[in-house]
Design a protein around this ligand. Sequence first.
Ligand SMILES: [Zn+2]
Length: 261
Amino acid sequence: MPLYKTPAIILHAFPYGEADQIVTLYTLDFGKVKGIAKGAKRSRKRFGNRLEIGSYVKVTYFEKESSGLVRLSNCDLIRPFAGLREDIHRLAWASYFIELVNEMTAEKIENKPLFRLLAAFLSLVDRGILKDEIQRVFEVRLLSCLGYRPLLDHCTRCQKKLAGEKYFFSPRGGGVLCAPCAANLPGIIPVSLGTIKTLLLAQTLTLDKVGRISFSPQSLKESQAILSAFLRQYLGKELKSKKFMEQINPPNSECGMRNAE
Ligand SMILES: [Zn+2]
């Protein structure tokens, strides 16, 4: 039986029976993997309390032909990201990123850029950097990593470069439309050139600079509208973590989630 060893982020973990745990991992080398950690609740040496949502670990596992679940044999901590579980807002943000990755991916498809994206954004949340911009950048880059990059640098219908001020985003078409091409089309969302440029920057910014990005209030509003509509198309539902986030921090509240870095 081949043994696999890979860095991984815990997407989901729940108890199973007396002593076991079922876990969903996003691994660097093999994408999403579901497994069982036998005796996880008893063996501090092999698993300790490392099988927690958001933990960045190194796992060893083997595949059993008779089961759809891999069998975890060991788990070492790389970064605990303990800050994620320290307060409810950080946990909500981390859960949102984690749920997006879990819902948008199929099992056993390697995607190293997506793994690195998730690790980088969990690290931001772990450090308490909770700005709405971070969510939008995560969404737009997650879409790119999965091959659904929104087309923002020209009109997707007439192919003309963007030069005016007034544009629309078509979730169904996956990109921007100029005003003449958008006329009378259903389901399109108005978007300004400023927001388009901001999202183009968000797609290319190096991950170490993401924490410092800042959107104008208009771009925050518009990017949220277009990215939620675009994501909903692939997800087909509202995510539980998103509803939870809105409950603890309603969109119109002034309770100041724009933390300092
Ligand atoms: Zn056009």
